[in-house]
Design a protein around this ligand. Structure first.
Ligand code: HEM
Length: 397
């Protein structure tokens, strides 16, 4: 067992990431006057919120109208019954088989990227964890390889800008950031729109074509819906798996006994991925808006309130997990909630898990002695609600 506070400090984590210190706030449900939002921390209450879409709406743009353009019509912010329609259709194209078929290509790309590492050192993020998922999602959608840098650039800029929003911003600040982010979004949407239209005329063997052709009970996706979903996949497929891969390697390095177990028995690789998702959940929170007054955690939350659901805190709830501060690749069952719960459960979870498993296996095959570079500390993303390394210097041999 390690003292989590020391660990968080040594990793240089943002002190606002209180859940890493194993300190759950005293009240499970609490109003924060600074942010103007309600916070929900315990596993039980987090599950209650996520399992009740009739009371807790995903359409947060109701309270943040400036963000409407980003979220409108996107699967993540839709409520029933519209959500069901869209989810059914995209699940038709983005199937477990489509994802499972990617395994050989993911392995090939991982080898290619690692082949490019020169010498004994590598930054795991820029060398593997970042490019791998971006290339996979671009190839899957059918974005031409020569355009990859173009849209990597758009998404990077957009995330950078939209990651800076907060309820505390002045309207002028929001307008300024919004304008910059919208510019990127417009370009991305125009680009994807062209490709979607092209696939209607000339089908190919790619996910964009599958989305254009998907039909359930005579209903199809509109062009706007295809573009929106492709956009969500690009953004979601972009940094999430990067965080997962980096965090898993970091955790195994920090806990050599656990790494030894995984090296000795590769059946434990999926367990290591699940435990990394629990221990360092990439998205600390997700948000909802109350449709009605509702009682939660002995408190009444009124209608039209923003509710921040703390997945990362739930993943360290001692009422739910034995020794939550211990990183244990054999944890069984591991009911981590980093992918959410209920109707919005992460559609990309099978892809993230597959990429994590394939890449980790290859890393351990090729560099069983890999360890963090003693000369250079890892660097985490600055946003307190995202937990992931943005630089992870490793010594390979
Ligand atoms: C939804 C986390 C990777 C696509 C979600 C949600 C979470 C999440 C927490 C639910 C949000 C909510 O209920 O408000 C993660 C994590 C990932 C990951 C931790 C990696 C470790 C991916 C990838 C893709 C993806 C690789 C696609 C390529 C989606 C989509 C949704 C979603 C489309 C919306 C589903 C819906 O609203 O019905 N993800 N995600 N995710 N994720 Fe992921």
């Amino acid at each position: 067992t390690k003292d989590p506070t020391t660990l968080a400090q040594r990793w240089g984590l943002n002190p606002e990431q209180f859940w890493l210190r194993g300190e759950l706030p005293e009240r499970s449900v609490a109003y924060d006057p600074k942010s103007g939002m309600w916070n929900v921390y315990t596993y039980r209450d987090v599950v209650r919120v996520l399992s009740d879409p009739a009371t807790y709406s995903s359409d947060t743009s109701r309270l943040l109208p400036e963000r409407k353009e980003f979220t409108e019509g996107s699967i993540i912010s839709l409520d029933p019954p519209l959500h069901q329609k869209l989810r059914k259709l995209v699940s038709h194209a983005f199937t477990p088989k489509v994802i499972a078929d990617l395994e050989p290509r993911i392995a090939e790309l991982t080898h290619e990227l690692l082949d490019q590492a020169e010498g004994d050192r590598i930054d795991l993020v820029s060398g593997l964890a970042y490019p791998l998922p971006v290339i996979v999602i671009a190839e899957l959608l059918g974005v031409p390889a020569e355009d990859r840098n173009l849209f990597k650039d758009w998404v990077d800029k957009m995330l950078e800008r939209s990651g800076q929003f907060s309820l505390n911003d002045s309207p002028e600040e929001r307008d300024k950031m919004m304008e910059a982010a919208m510019e990127q979004l417009d370009q991305l949407i125009a680009y994807l729109g062209e490709h979607a239209a092209e696939r209607r005329r000339q089908p190919r063997e790619d996910l964009l074509t599958k989305l254009v052709e998907a039909e359930v009970d005579g209903v199809r996706l509109t062009d706007r819906e295809v573009v929106n979903f492709a956009n969500v996949l690009l953004i979601a497929g972009h940094i999430t798996t990067t965080m997962l891969l980096g965090n898993t390697v970091l955790c195994l390095d920090e806990y050599p006994d656990q790494k030894a177990k995984v090296l000795a028995d590769r059946e434990l690789v999926p367990g290591a991925i699940e435990e990394s998702l629990r221990f360092l959940s990439p998205f600390a929170t997700t948000a909802r808006v109350t449709n009605t007054d509702v009682e939660l955690g002995n408190t009444v939350i009124e209608a039209d309130q923003m509710v921040l659901v703390w997945l990362a805190a739930a993943n360290r709830d001692p009422e739910h997990f034995t020794d939550p501060g211990v990183f244990d690749v054999t944890r069984e069952p591991n009911t981590q909630i980093a992918f959410g719960r209920g109707i919005h459960f992460c559609l990309g979870a099978p892809l993230a898990r597959l990429e994590g498993r394939v890449a980790l296996n290859i890393l351990l095959d090729r560099f069983p002695g890999l360890r963090t570079d003693p000369a250079e500390a890892p660097e985490f993303l600055p946003q307190p609600t995202m937990t992931g390394v943005r630089r992870l210097p490793l010594v390979l041999r």
